[in-house]
Design a protein around this ligand. Structure first.
Ligand SMILES: CC(C)(COP(=O)(O)OP(=O)(O)OC[C@H]1O[C@@H](n2cnc3c(N)ncnc32)[C@H](O)[C@@H]1OP(=O)(O)O)[C@@H](O)C(=O)NCCC(=O)NCCS
Length: 204
């Protein structure tokens, strides 16, 4: 498996990446910001994306987005092809994209929003902390990305204060990583998620 910083020579993978993201969201039944192949190609060409390739085959992907005049960066669009899941590939991709973010944007806070337990676990191990949305970027362009998510009405109803996603933030000013072996409380997160779902998704 090769983990590389992508470039224009990888444009042919953009459609595959989009299809895998959309298909996975459909199966999970969760909301997701939709990405077009053109959007993915932009990420591939500006040196802000990590691509995992098994020979010529697409195995996984994640990219960096820059917000609020480089005060914040997000590591977004994490996807591992179903054939390669459960082998620690997402962890490797996130570690690599995190390293790239730290190198290119050393002063930026790194954040993500997610409904996925796997992503929360990985982020936690990298030193991210769960935070309220008010701690994240207020760049309207970032939040515009949520418009294509099926849960966007929740974000609107709460005036952008909360949604089904949980915000997580790495602040370079507080570099301390979680102690070795200390894991995120997955049960607490799953419980919080089900409370939010029953609150926000209740039938009208
Ligand atoms: C989520 C996803 C990226 C995980 O990829 P993966 O390569 O299978 O993940 P890893 O093997 O690196 O696992 C990382 C950790 O998450 C856990 N994990 C993996 N999938 C999980 C799941 N579906 N539910 C709960 N935990 C999960 C693993 O057990 C591991 O934890 P551990 O370190 O305590 O053992 C992959 O399933 C995927 O692409 N899903 C669809 C897209 C998606 O959900 N993207 C995130 C959007 S925010």
């Amino acid at each position: 498996m090769n983990l590389i910083v992508a470039n224009e020579s990888h444009f042919k993978y953009a459609q595959d990446i989009c299809d895998t993201i959309a298909e996975s969201a459909k199966i999970r039944g969760t909301g997701i910001a939709k990405r077009t192949p053109e959007y993915i190609q932009k990420k591939l060409s500006n040196g802000n994306a990590i691509l995992a390739l098994d020979g010529e085959k697409f195995a996984g992907f994640c990219y960096i987005e820059v917000w609020g005049h480089e005060k914040f960066v997000a590591n977004s669009g994490l996807i591992v092809h179903p054939d390669y899941r459960g082998q620690g590939l997402a962890k490797k991709i996130k570690a690599k994209v995190f390293e790239l973010s730290r190198k290119k944007f050393p002063d930026a806070k790194i954040f993500g929003i997610t409904t996925g337990l796997a992503v929360m676990k990985i982020n936690y191990e990298l030193g991210y902390k769960p935070v309220t949305f008010s701690e994240l970027t207020d760049d309207p362009e970032f939040w515009k990305g949520c418009q294509t998510c099926k849960n966007f009405d929740i974000l609107t109803r709460t005036e952008q204060k909360m949604c089904l996603c949980t915000g997580m933030l790495y602040d370079p000013a507080h570099k301390k990583k979680p102690e070795e072996g200390k894991q995120m409380n997955g049960k607490a997160f799953t419980r919080l998620k089900s409370i939010k779902e029953s609150l926000f998704l209740k039938k009208k």
